[in-house]
Design a protein. Structure first.
Length: 704
């Protein structure tokens, strides 16, 4: 059955049918993919679970505050002191701001700072359902007004609207990210294939997979309530390009091998698909299932990222086992020019560098795996220094945009939280008592008089610290503690600082719940695939050790080389899921080939010939995936840079050291116990002293 299905994309007629179906699919899909930004939800309040306190405050405060606006905090500054002409300009600007499209109501201010060196005006800006669309145009208009005839007066737009505007600009590099990712893939494939034409086929297939994935995700976001944001989009791009190209590498390498065995390219492709599809499908399934488990998160942005990424993996898999084979067969052997695979030619394990690596390991495998594990463990120790408690607004960029500069100036001359208060919704009868309690919190600079509507009242507390800072989050916790003690008040605390706190807490909870479940599910998949228990346990241990080492090195780099302020609260979970899923991915490629050879030649030969047979192609696949994730650094976002670095480093560590050295050494040392309790274990094959390179026993290779 599997052999029949594998032959379909490579049939003499079927290959054209497959190509026609993909073309027919992509015509409407690309149109839908272009609408993905229309359904994104980039407002952080939309990411929280419905039972989060700050979410409930948003609902209860609708009769007091417009939920479709966000404040833009306009800051003027002059180091020598603000003049009367400066104040006149600020007042005139406020009038102009009020006439600007999408500015709601009259601005608050201008207000001069106590030291007389800065002026602040708060402008409410209307936001659409995505949270971001159009914000940068409004902020751009405010900036044009403020900088006109400034005469040396500094001008910056900060606050939530300023942050949203700069985020739009940062994520606007999505097109360049796609181009850089594609360029990375092309360069690595050129070095791998040594062919100027062949890389175009996996690239075209990956573009098709990305477009189809985005179309499906758009439909789910539009009609099924899937939460997606700009972060989802850029992760999807690198994941689809990286994973799909990996599958293309494995398929193409096996196809090239079969072209040496079969004169008919259609038969060669059918055999290649039959041989490599189980490993590719198992690998894709492992990654897709692991990512889908993110749906267990309470944070909606993480919830949405899981199925969206899984869709990208599944569609990428479909493209690489249907479209890619059809294209390869259509173009024929010449696509490998100038090194075409010749029918009847052979290639042996002794020709590859990985064969020599395996031979070196085989001398003292126990010493090798223990030494490697100790080194990885030492690297993992530094993980205790990882600061993943969230980032302030100004620290979320790798450069210093306008809002970051404005926030620093605001903090020097005004209470840093002015213009973006903490809100408390309470029963009207308890408003006075709540106001007194709120004013007594050390981090609250001032409390406005309560606004009463019906049975409820709203109070706004001005924070002394920037709303996204650690100090402000501590203040929110203190505010909640004191107002919750007033039982009759039914008080709840919200605002942007509270949203940030609830987001961090939800991310921490998600990590504790999802990580163990991912480990258990991946273990079950490996156990079913390998029909063993020992091998899956050892593979999972190596992957977890690899993840810990990658996170430890990343912590050192973030703190002492790049001098990053910290990491997003969701960073550890996402890094774990990507690295564990992708790490197991490469182990599946290796161990399934080892098992295939072990059936005929025993575990020792299986370990060494499996490494030699898959070493080159898995290394190339690792370089592609690492390169695509490293391309995320092209976005001026700290989260993208950190996730890109960690996954790229972790993938290289896994492919170069963990998979090639640690897993091979463990397999050689453990021997047939790797396959316990399957039939392979019960064979009692004594292969511990048999030579590896016995003439006539080497399997054909997938690459070297």
């Amino acid at each position: 059955m599997l052999r029949t299905l594998a032959a379909l994309p490579s049939g003499r007629v079927a290959k054209w049918v497959v190509l026609a179906l993909w073309v027919a699919l992509l015509i409407p899909a690309l149109t839908l993919a272009g609408k993905l930004t229309d359904v994104q939800k980039n407002d952080s309040s939309a990411w929280l679970p419905a039972d989060a306190e700050s979410t409930q405050v948003v609902e209860r405060s609708e009769k007091f505050l417009r939920s479709d606006t966000m404040p833009a905090i306009v800051i003027y500054d002059r180091p020598t002191g603000v003049t009367s002409q400066d104040m006149a300009k600020a007042r005139a600007d406020a009038e102009a701001f009020a006439r600007t499209e999408k500015v709601v109501g009259r601005p608050q201010g201008p207000l001069k700072s106590k030291d007389g060196k800065a002026v602040q005006t708060v402008v409410q800006v209307q936001k659409d359902k995505t949270g971001w669309n159009g914000i940068n145009e409004v902020v751009g208009s405010l900036t044009d007004i403020g900088k006109k005839n400034a005469d040396g007066l500094g001008f910056h737009v900060t606050g939530p609207a300023g942050h949203a505007s700069d985020s739009v600009e940062a994520f606007g590099g999505g097109g360049s990210l796609t181009a850089i990712t594609a360029l990375v893939v092309v360069v690595i494939l050129l070095l791998t294939y040594r062919s100027p034409v062949l890389p175009l086929l996996p690239l075209l297939s990956a573009f098709g997979a990305l477009g189809a994935s985005e179309a499906v995700i758009y439909l789910l976001a539009k009609h099924a309530g899937l939460t997606v944001n700009s972060q989802t989009s850029f992760i999807l791009t690198v994941l689809v390009f990286g994973a799909a190209t990996d599958y293309a590498l494995l398929l193409t390498s096996r196809y090239r091998e079969e072209l040496r065995r079969h004169e008919d390219r259609h038969r060669a492709m059918a055999e290649a698909l039959h041989r490599c599809s189980p490993a590719i499908i198992a690998s894709a399934a492992t990654v897709a299932v692991s990512l889908t488990l993110l749906m267990l998160a309470t944070l909606r942005s993480t919830q949405g990222l899981g199925p969206a990424s899984a869709i990208g993996i599944v569609v990428g898999l479909l493209a690489m086992v249907t479209l890619m084979p059809a294209l390869l067969v259509i173009f024929g052997r010449w696509i490998f020019w100038p090194v075409r695979p010749v029918y009847g030619a052979t290639e042996t394990a002794r020709e590859g560098i990985w064969g020599r690596v395996g031979t070196a390991i085989s001398g003292r495998p126990r010493t090798v795996w223990i030494g490697t594990a100790v080194v990885l463990g030492a690297m993992a120790v530094a993980v205790v220094g990882l600061k993943a408690d969230g980032l302030s607004s100004k620290d979320q960029f790798t450069d210093k945009p306008q809002m970051a500069v404005g926030e620093e100036i605001q903090a020097r001359h005004f209470p840093a939280g002015s213009g973006d208060p903490v809100y408390v919704v309470t029963k009207a009868a308890s408003a006075g008592e709540v106001k007194t309690a709120l004013a007594g919190v050390p981090g609250v600079a001032d409390v406005s008089p309560p606004v009463v509507k019906g049975a409820d009242a709203l109070l706004a507390g001005e924070l002394k610290d920037a709303p996204s800072s650690a100090a402000a989050l501590d203040t929110v916790k203190q505010v909640r503690d004191v107002v919750h003690r007033i039982e009759a008040a039914d008080a709840q605390v919200g605002g942007n600082a509270a949203i940030t706190l609830d987001t961090r807490d939800a991310a921490g909870r998600d990590s504790k719940v999802i990580i163990p479940i991912v480990l258990a599910v991946v273990f079950l998949i490996l156990a079913l695939l390998l029909r063993a228990i020992v091998a899956p346990l050892l593979l999972m241990a190596t992957v977890v050790l690899s993840f810990a080492a990658a996170l430890g090195v990343s912590s050192l780099m973030f703190n002492h080389v790049f001098h990053f302020a910290g990491a997003d609260a969701s960073f550890p979970l996402l890094a774990f899921v990507f690295l564990v899923a992708l790490g197991v991915d490469y182990n599946i490629f290796l161990v399934t080939r080892v098992r295939e050879i072990t059936v005929e030649q025993g575990t020792r030969r299986g370990a060494l010939l499996g490494l030699s047979a898959t070493g080159g192609v898995i290394t190339s696949a690792g370089l592609v995936l690492a390169g695509t994730f490293a391309a995320m650094a092209s976005l001026p976002l700290l989260f993208a840079a950190e996730l890109g670095f960690t996954v790229a480093f972790g993938v290289l560590l896994d492919t170069m050291i963990v998979r090639s050295v640690l897993v091979t050494a463990l397999t050689l040392d453990v021997g047939r116990w790797m396959w316990w309790p399957s039939k392979l274990f019960r064979r009692h094959d004594d292969d511990t002293t048999a030579p590896v390179n016995t003439p006539g026993l080497e399997p054909a290779l997938e690459g070297s």
